[in-house]
Design a protein around this ligand. Sequence first.
Ligand SMILES: Cc1ncc(COP(=O)(O)O)c(C=O)c1O
Length: 417
Amino acid sequence: MDVFEKLVKDGGPIGQHMDRAHGYFAFPKLEGDLNPRMKFRGKEMIVWSLNNYLGLVNHPEVRAIDTKAAEMYGMGNPMGARMMSGNSDKHDALEKVLSDFVSREDTMLLNFGYQGIMSCIDALVNRRDVIVYDAEAHACIMDGIRLHVGYTYTFKHNDIQDFDKQMKRATAMAEKQGGGILVITEGVFGMDGEQGIVKEIVAKKSEYDFRILIDDAHGFGYMGATGAGADEAQGCQAGVDLYFSTFVKSMGSIGAFISGPKAVIKYLRYNTRSQIFAKSLPLIIVEGMLKRMEMVKTMPELREKLWANVERLQIGLKERGFDIGDTNSPVTPIYMKGDVPEATSMVMDLRENYHIFCSIVVYPVIPKGDIIYRLIPTASHSFEDVDETLVAFEEVKKKLDAGLYKAADIPDMAEKS
Ligand SMILES: Cc1ncc(COP(=O)(O)O)c(C=O)c1O
C-alpha cells in the first residue's frame, strides 16, 4: 500500500474530524495581544487556554526587554550549536541564574523542551539501564523513553503502591543487566493538575537504588515558596537528581533547561544529541530570560495574584457542584459526562454565547463518554474574568444536564478558505 494513501484515508485519531473541526475545535486562531481577553473569529473571549501562569508573556517589562534584545542581537545571533560556535557569556550567565534559583550545582540550556528532554533521557541511560516512569507522563518523556533500547516499567499515575511493585521488578532487571535505574515523573501534570508524587518517590531512595528526573514544565516559576518548582513546594529538592523545565509556560518564552550535579550536566553538554547537532538558543531569548528570572525573584505579587485567581476559580467551581478532580495546582480540569457531539455543541455555546474560550478533551484522548474542560487561571486574569466564567459554566451545565446539547454529529465549524 502507498504510504500517503493510508494516511489520507485514516487522518489519525484526532485528524479524522479535521474537515469539520479545523480552525475551530482544532487549530483555532486567537488574535490580539496575549491577554485574558482576546479575539476569536471576531468576538472577544475570556481566554483560559494559555499556560501563562505568572502573566509574564505580555507584561510591559517583558515586552520592553524582548524588543530591546531583538534590536540588539537580531534573531540569528549566535549561529550554530553551543559546542561549535553558538556559545556566549549570556548563555553561561543564564545557566548560573537558573542553577541558583532551583538550588542545583549546574544547568544546561536546551533550545526546545520537547527535543531537549527526549535527548537528555537518551543520553542518560544505556542499554543496560532501566527506566521507570509515570503512566501519564508527557509525550516528550514517552518519546525519550522510546529511544531507550533497554527495559522500561510504567507505574500507574501517581500510585506509590504500583511504583513499589514496578521498582521491585526494575531492581531485579537492573541487577541482571548490570545497569542502574532512572525514574521519571512530572512536577505538575498539565492535564489533571495533580502534582507528581515526587516527595513520596524520593523517600523510596532508602529502599531502592535509583536516580530521579522530573519534568516541571507546569510548576517552574510559581510553585513553592520562591517559585522554584513543585519539588520546592513538596520540600524534596535535594532528593531530585535532575530538574527539567521549559520556558514556554510561566516564562512566556521558548527554550528549556535541565539542572543537576555538575559532573552529570557536564556529561550532558557533550552527549545530548539534540543540542550538539542543533542551533543554540538565540540571544534574544537568553536576554529575555535573564529579565524574566529577575522578575520572578523580585515580584512575589505575581505568584500571589495567580494563587488568588486559582482559589477563586476552583472554590467557585466546587461550590457550584463541579467535579475538578484532585488538582493541587492552577491547572483546573472540569470533569463532565457526554458524547463527542454533545461536548462540541457545548463548547460552541460557551464560545459563541458566553464568550469563554477554553480547551476541551474528549474521546479518543480520554475514554468515551467523558468530557474534560481545562481552565488555566493566570496572574493576569481579573476576578471579573473568573466570576463571569463561573456563571457561564453554571448555565451550560444546566443545559447539558437537561440534554439540550444532544446532537447527531459534530457540527461543521471548519474555517472556509
Ligand atoms: C510537561 C511538558 N514537558 C515538556 C513540554 C515541551 O516543552 P517545549 O514546548 O519547550 O518543547 C511540554 C509542553 O510544552 C510539557 O507540557
